[in-house]
Ligand binder design. Structure first.
Ligand SMILES: [Zn+2]
Length: 236
């Protein structure tokens, strides 16, 4: 597995092809953010390199973020996303409430809501690093597919809140490096200027979904919407 130290104590691990987990290590304890696809032994990989106690958190409940959960004894995932788990977990499952803070020793991690991509999407704000771990919630190509996305009003609220948080860049689960906070603003401008008639149908995993794109200068926001989400826009 490729590992990149993004900034002191923050390690972005490519657990599978273009699937990233992040290890956040302070002086006293650590957090593992997501467990990837689960095809490799992430637990053994982490423990060969980390001597600190650590907790395991999931950014949200999609399969490529929880795949390795069963290797760990306990995992925290927002309760709203528990219905996305494929079966009854073989490990202790705990909620990941908004506002909970983890004092890692010289480094604080604070859980924030990033509802949109899923209702239970969470972010982890690392104030001392001015960095947000965002899972899939701010991806440049934002997927709002299946029954699990939150409402578009909730997504707008999330994006406005994100713009007020004290960070400069964010990590996603499917890109190797830090993305600029301005991406969140691009998504918000896209949402505010949204034209449902400009959506184009595309095939994704055997299903027709709807693609909307917004551009200003170098900034681009893409939304991939299910039919239900498209109808939600059209009804506004
Ligand atoms: Zn996802």
């Amino acid at each position: 597995m490729n590992v990149c130290e993004i900034c002191p104590g923050v390690f972005h691990i490519e657990e599978d092809y273009r699937v990233y987990c992040t290890l956040v290590a302070g002086e006293k304890s650590a957090l593992l953010w997501d467990t990837g696809m689960g095809r490799k032994n992430l637990k053994a990989f982490i423990e060969a390199r980390l001597a600190l106690p650590y907790r395991v958190l999931n950014s949200h409940g999609h399969a490529d973020h929880i795949g390795g959960n069963a290797r760990f004894g306990a995992v925290c995932l927002a309760r709203e996303d528990w219905p996305l788990l494929p079966s009854a977990p073989e490990y202790a499952l705990n909620d990941l409430p908004v506002g909970i803070r983890f004092e890692l020793g010289g480094l604080t991690a604070e859980c924030v809501s990033l509802a949109g991509h899923t209702r239970g999407s969470r972010g982890l704000l690392l104030r001392e690093r001015r960095l947000l771990l965002a899972g899939d919630a701010l991806n440049p190509r934002m997927q709002l597919l299946g029954p699990e996305p939150d409402s578009l009003e909730a997504l707008g609220g999330t994006l406005r809140t994100v713009l007020d948080l004290p960070f400069d860049g964010f990590l996603t689960s499917h890109a190797p490096g830090v993305l600029d906070k301005a991406q969140a603003e691009a998504h918000l401008r896209h949402l505010e200027a949204f034209d449902p008639d400009a959506l184009r149908p595309v095939r994704l995993a055997g299903e027709t979904v709807w693609r909307g794109e917004w551009r200003r200068g170098v900034w681009r926001s893409v939304f991939m919407l299910s039919e239900a989400a498209r109808q939600g826009f059209a009804a506004r």
